[in-house]
Design a protein around this ligand. Structure first.
Ligand code: ATP
Length: 361
């Protein structure tokens, strides 16, 4: 089922939680709503579900205006961070619940319910827990049962609000891979909320990046990572080195340092923020000349082909919010540089992205 959101706005009192959101999601995708705490992800998810009413705008499910449709009619399945399973019901009965409470005319027979629940438990790989009670399950197992329960009523859309948020990092990683595999089997249009960029990048087909009630960018994980459309997108997704200064000819002046930028469309004196990814950042073993003055703080041991070098700003950026840099260098290059902790160096960028104070690209 396709999901479209048109001109949705929502305020709580005087606070605008969602500001004119527009979104079209093709059917069958696994979509991440990603953004910092309080940016409006959950509110948007709840509006799509019909659990919350928008002040303005419409939600269109499968080409039909769903605004007037009740939650039950939207055929939406939910999984929440703390989705309380019924404590007094076994795993089997928790999953069967949505089917047992259907109106008699739509309710499957007991034999059919048994077959469906068994199939779902097999799907979430927990058939062996059918007779247990929720208190006898781990957090990860509970979330998988919650998912089986959401799927039992054959929803056309699956909405997940930080489904693995309460779990420890290792279980979280396992479960998100598992969710991806499950989605590849079922292809139900699914939207999940997360504030974890790694989770969104690893699992989703498409990321909707939000900030302060607005959409910053929509794209595949690759697009968002490689071509962040706004300075917010740059600093939120992936590791990045950030420099603030102003344009001086072909350079960004950061205090006493000059960083070459290679752009021709910038006015002298314009305030800019410049970003570069660690793998696009270069270390030059000289203490003067072009580049940002920095000192090697740590060279991380690595058995792989790439080594991470941490540096601290030496010049005027020191003490600021962005006085820490990360550079990824190949083992060969590192050897030829002959770097040691404490060395004074300069850093430059092979691919610098600049954003003006009020500019988004
Ligand atoms: N019922 C409500 N009454 C008042 N303010 C609310 C209500 N629900 C949400 N808000 C506010 O709206 C903003 C968006 O909330 P929302 O839960 O959608 O954010 P979020 O991006 O999901 O955040 P998080 O990642 O922390 O869950 C927040 O500032 C929140 O405090």
């Amino acid at each position: 089922m396709s999901i479209a959101v048109k001109d949705i706005s929502k305020s709580f009192g005087t606070f605008k939680a969602l500001d004119n959101i527009n979104l079209t999601l093709p059917p069958g995708e696994l979509v991440a709503l990603l953004g910092p705490s309080g940016c409006g992800k959950t509110t948007l998810l709840r509006i799509i579900a019909g659990l919350e009413q928008a002040d303005e705008g419409t939600v269109i499910l499968s080409g039909e205006d769903a605004s007037a449709k009740h939650v039950r009619e939207r055929r939406v399945g939910f999984v929440f961070q703390h989705y309380a399973l019924f404590r007094h019901l076994t795993v089997f009965e928790n999953v069967a619940f949505g089917l047992r409470v259907k109106p008699r005319s739509q309710r499957p027979s007991n034999a059919e319910i048994k077959k469906r629940v068994e199939r779902l438990l097999e799907l979430v790989q927990l058939g062996w827990l059918a007779d247990r009670f929720p208190a006898q399950l781990s957090g990860g197992q509970r979330q998988r049962i919650a998912l089986a329960r959401a799927l039992a009523v054959e929803p056309q859309v699956l909405l997940l609000d930080e489904p693995f948020g309460a779990l420890d990092a290792k279980v979280r990683k396992e479960l998100r891979r598992w969710l991806r595999r499950l989605h590849d089997e079922l292809h139900i249009s699914s939207v999940f909320v997360t504030h974890d960029q790694e989770e969104a990048l690893e699992v989703s087909d498409r990321i909707v990046l939000m900030n302060k009630g607005k959409i910053e960018q929509i794209g595949s994980p690759k697009e968002i990572y490689n071509n962040p459309a706004t300075s917010f997108a740059y600093s939120f997704i992936g590791n990045v080195n950030e420099f603030r200064g102003h344009v001086e000819g072909g350079y960004v002046r950061v205090g006493n340092d000059l960083l070459p930028h290679g752009r021709t469309d910038l006015h002298d004196g314009a305030s800019v923020v410049a970003f570069t990814r660690p793998h696009d950042t270069e270390i030059v073993k000289t203490s003067d000349g072009e580049g940002i003055a920095a000192r090697v703080n740590r060279i991380l041991d690595s058995s792989g082909a790439v080594t991470r070098v941490e540096l601290l700003a030496n010049g005027d950026a020191r003490g600021g919010k962005h006085d820490y840099f990360e550079v990824e260098v190949t083992a060969d290059h590192l050897a030829s540089l002959g770097l040691s902790t404490g060395d004074n160096v300069r850093i430059k960028s092979r691919r610098l992205s600049l954003f003006g104070e009020n500019e988004n690209r």
